[in-house]
Design a protein around this ligand. Sequence first.
Ligand code: SF4
Length: 340
Amino acid sequence: MQKINLKGFDLNELRDFAESINEKPFRGDQIFSWLYNKGVNSFDEMSNLSKDLKEKLHERARIGQLKLITKQQSTKDQSMKYLFQLEDDSQIESVLMFDDNRATLCISTQVGCAIDCKFCATGMMGLNRHLTPGEIIDQVLTTRKLSGQKVTNVVCMGMGEPFHNYDNLMKACELLSDELGPNLAKRHIVVSTSGLIPKIYRFADENHKYRLAISLNATTDEIRSRIMPLNKKWPITELIKAAKYYTKKSDQPVTIEYVLMDKLTDSLEDAKRLKNIVKGLYCKINLIPYNATLGEFKRPEEKRIMQFYEQMRDLNTPVTIRWSKGDDIDAGCGQLAAKA
Ligand code: SF4
């Protein structure tokens, strides 16, 4: 008999499972807490379960877990990058970064990615498969255990387009924010999309309390379509319209991520156009100097980055430069797994 993987089951599913093996539903609550709050990976560690129940669990179920392949500590800051192996031998990565009092984990949502952004190492891999809710949440649980650090924030900006794996992602976010589980504040979970417009509307309509970020990365449809082919289907004006819909529905700002790439997206004209694009949008802007070299894509010199930033300063919207954490450990989107 094939054993059922319980990691990724929500509370109702665990209660149903408990009943299916002739146990009281509250046993499901206990297993939930062991899996997601304490993060154990063995039924034997679940000390408040009877010997009988543990035997039944061993017979019928299992707890899926990520296997650590490598971890790389940045020499420039405390960032740590983890490369994990999944049960089908696929590989994914997660990056833990530290900032003020926060420990932010950047997680993957897919093995590879179908969106094909030309500046991204993951995009070059193509899509292998979606991650399950268990594999998504396990990045937080395993990293927490390996680092001994409480993860306070999660950003879905690792490998994959989160909204392409919408249902599994939302289930994982529910588990992450469950008070019987890791109990992460919903506002501390950021979902970053390259611009899957129908899913932005769905996210807004479903009234999720997680935060939304959009990777804009260019100020003309011509350049954006070249570096992010999905823009041909969902151009900038439509994207901003969807972003406005989200901010109106949620009453929350959207974060606009803008990657500065040398002589491609970092001119002063780009800065002026960007200001125009976000006019009337309730947002924050993150300028992200590109942190790799891939074909024609390079990081701008610091002077150009600062000039761009200065040009944006008179905007009535917070603008920050996100100096990359862990750029010596390939902590850019999909770079470590792509190398592996
Ligand atoms: S940047 Fe994000 S959406 Fe684009 S290819 Fe890379 S992983 Fe996919």
